[in-house]
Design a protein around this ligand. Sequence first.
Ligand code: BV8
Ligand code: ZN
Length: 263
Amino acid sequence: MERLVELAKNPDRVVVLTGAGISAESGIPTFRGKDGLWNRYNPTELATFEAFERDPLLVWQWYLWRMHLIANASPNPGHYALARMERLYPSFLLVTQNVDGLHREAGSKNIVELHGNIFEGKCRYCGKHYSEREFAELFPFADKSFLRSVTEQELKERVFPELRRNLPVCKRCGELVGPGVVWFGEELPPAALESALRASSAAELFFSVGTSAVVQPAASLPLVAKRSGAILVEVNPEETPLSARCDFVFRESAASFLPRFVE
Ligand code: BV8
Ligand code: ZN
């Protein structure tokens, strides 16, 4: 750590890429970890437009279950440390694959959300976008304060049976609205990907935190940084395909490493 802190004294361009692992200590299951979402469901099955067209009720049940978990979760010391880190460096960009909004809740300002925001809505038929507030109005079950007012039990016993007749219908085109996230096979928001690529190719110090580094195109960002001469740091209790390319690897949780790094 000392050598990294030494090297990290004066870089003025720092990029941090985060994945589901940084929200693990907020109680949100990761995708591929041992208790991961992938084990109970197959998100490449569910997080797709095909699945939504085939069974919108099942897809919305899965997302409401996750939204309920997230609405009742709070940022952990790892999120707060990154919000502090942003103030330490003249140029700092946080690029997240997470859709839970916990970085914003922890106070991070310079954020790129590559995979969208689970509390927003997106009509994939006419392209209309719904902000968190607009979507909560269109689809009250998606409202964070509603989700905080019910238990998981009530969600399953009271909300799910009502869901079929209350799925969100687009105000503009009358089709069903889905969650405002990027599904597999869908393009990432071009502006978000562009700024993440630009910052990664100019970075002097690049952290990959809590990501299994397999989902493309996000997983290519650390390699873009490395190729442009950045020092590459991985923070992850487990080995990933990126580990061998890193200059520093900290085999520990984000919530333990990041607060130590910024103190
Ligand atoms: C695109 C939003 C084309 C939805 C997500 C082969 C076959 C099929 C497809 C592909 C293929 N090869 C490439 C693809 C494309 C595909 C892809 O990459 N698939 C993967 C599975 C191989 N990519 C896409 O489809 C992308 N779109 O390519 O479109 C295109 C191009 C142009 C024009 C039109 C179309 C879209 C990808 C985005 C998908 N959406 N999420 C939702 O959330 O419901 S991805 C999903 O995975 C989440 O966003 C998540 O963040 C992301 C990545 O996972 P991780 O964040 O890394 O989480 P994971 O569980 O994997 O790892 C957690 C890590 O944390 C672990 O390493 C663990 O050890 C660690 N950890 C655990 N605890 C802690 C910790 N670390 C620190 N501290 C702890 N306490
Ligand atoms: Zn529409």
